[in-house]
Write a new protein. Structure first.
Length: 290
């Protein structure tokens, strides 16, 4: 891990180096793929709740993953909780991918954690076509940045003798007249990208699932698993997706999503019974959809 020695700021460029000799070279962020920490994909920070429109989400205990960060260990933080509005996949997750892409591409990120990028360029980083650059999209992205900014991460020590509150974003703003988006991140969170296991998340399956948010969520979760994962209980998938309603209805949505992941050529699987519980056995994943 390298740091900007002039001001001791950890930069995103340091977390995912892009030089030819880097072991992370294969994880380069492009228009076709993103790089995401496995813990972020497994925790349920983003869930299939497009209708929630920013309602408060269930607090997430992230202690196991985030208390291992060097900053958390050095300060004695052992409890980490993520709170705030529910973040969906159709809008918020693609906006998050745009944020990470912007930090990867912006020259400003070479020198600090506050970057400026053209709104037209940022919207493309989010995966929106140029023909959608209208007032509706601007509001959609503004609302999404607001929700992402409101997602807080609280670090506390035993007995709450010390605490820190930060978030996925420190600040976000954009100026329509100047065609400018300003994003500022907390340098401490870049540790997730340097110390956590990383997943190369291809966008092609997400684009192939434009109307199935549950399938999108399952795809990102599966990509955070080992190459040959252990069988997954249906109850674990319900927990990860944080769905509402009757268990039978939740299981049906998951089953339909699994079927769609199979139909686009991503997933080979089977569902088996283990007592009263259904278990998903993953045989193969094909994120390139070749």
């Amino acid at each position: 891990m390298h740091q900007n020695c002039s001001n001791n700021i950890l930069l995103f460029k340091d977390a995912i180096p892009a030089d030819e000799n880097s072991s992370h070279r294969k994880l380069t962020i492009t228009n076709n793929s993103s790089v995401q920490p496995v813990s972020l994909l497994r925790l349920g920070v983003f869930t299939p709740n497009i209708r929630s429109k920013g309602k408060a989400g269930k607090p997430l205990d992230a202690s196991e993953s985030l208390s291992r960060l060097e900053y958390a260990r050095s300060e004695g933080y052992t409890n980490v909780v993520i709170t705030g509005p529910q973040l969906n996949y159709f809008i918020d997750f693609r906006c998050w991918l745009g944020i990470i892409h912007a930090f990867s591409a912006s020259p400003d990120a070479m020198h600090g954690n506050k970057i400026k990028v053209k709104f037209s360029e940022f919207s493309q980083f989010c995966g929106y076509p140029s023909k959608r650059l209208d007032s509706k999209l601007r509001k959609e992205i503004a609302d999404s940045l607001t929700r992402i900014r409101a997602k807080t991460i609280t670090f506390t020590t035993p007995g709450t003798k010390k605490f820190l509150v930060t978030g996925l974003l420190v600040k976000a703003e954009f100026d329509v007249v100047k065609d400018l988006v300003v994003l500022e991140a907390d340098e401490r969170l870049w540790e997730l990208y340097s110390n956590d296991h990383l997943s190369l998340l291809r966008r092609k399956p997400l684009l192939a699932l434009p109307r199935n948010e549950t399938a999108q969520a399952l795809y990102t979760y599966f990509e955070a698993l080992p190459r040959q994962p252990a069988p997954i209980l249906m109850s674990r998938l319900r927990e990860r997706l944080m769905m509402n309603g009757r268990v039978a209805d939740q299981n049906r949505k998951i089953t339909d999503a699994l079927s769609e992941l199979n139909s686009i050529g991503y997933l080979q699987y089977e569902v088996m019974k283990a007592g009263r519980e259904s278990v998903v056995h993953i045989h193969n994943r094909n994120p390139t959809l070749d």
